[in-house]
Design a protein around this ligand. Sequence first.
Ligand code: KIV
Length: 285
Amino acid sequence: MPDARKKITLPYLFKKVLDDEPISWLTCYDYPTAYLQEEAGIEMILVGDSLGMTMLGYDSTLPVTMDDMIRHTSAVRRGAPSVFIVGDMPYMSYQPSIETAIRNAGRFMSETMCDAVKLEGGASMADRIKGIVDAGIPAIGHLGLTPQSVSALGGFKVQGKDALMAKTIIDDAKTLEKSGAFAILLEMVPDRICKIITERAEDCIIMSLGSGPVAHGQLLIYHDMFGLYPKFKPKMAKVFGNAGEVILNGLKAYHTEVLDKTFPARENWFIMKDEEFNELKKILD
Ligand code: KIV
């Protein structure tokens, strides 16, 4: 086991912004993957409610509960002790009221030991961000394509392509920053909008997911990077390795070897010494 890395903190992230060094951020939902991300030096992890689709097989993120998120976020924390972990607030865990938002953000912090929470929405969610931040919990806003509102947005598509909508996203970003969000994720907005928001950010880290290179860092969905989500691969995701194919080939080989009896081989089972076995036979007789 290599030496433990120093814990990634908010001051560390802001220092990177000051030094003009991009921040790496990935989704993660389980202990073994968190362990690998920690080893790889990833700086931030989002335990996204996308786990409803990637891990639980739902068609959207809407059925995901706080209990689902708590269980997965705790597992990720155990695997990645030094990474800055963000818990994603699931559908209806913050929309009903400021108090609901603070209570559920508090559950994330106390039950999972994550470092911050993320919630979707623009100006209409600014009071939730403010309430959470006033309670001492670091919060991240999420603008552009916000999957919990996918029905209202008309599907998984780029947001802010026309000037008026782009202006709304730019204004929302400033409102969230003023409400205390220490970071904002821009998902699937045109690169030029992301650049404007990044350049105008005063005390806020702007992260891009499919929104171009001019941001303070990048986020990708782990399952899209490694061919692990069978239903679709979004354009913004680069495939860094086809783990899905490797695993599928391994599964087929296992199935074949069990059927043709080449598995297990001698090294895959355990034996008993002759003298003990003879003793056993006597006992059984
Ligand atoms: O749940 C999630 O993984 C997210 C990303 C799509 C940004 O919110």
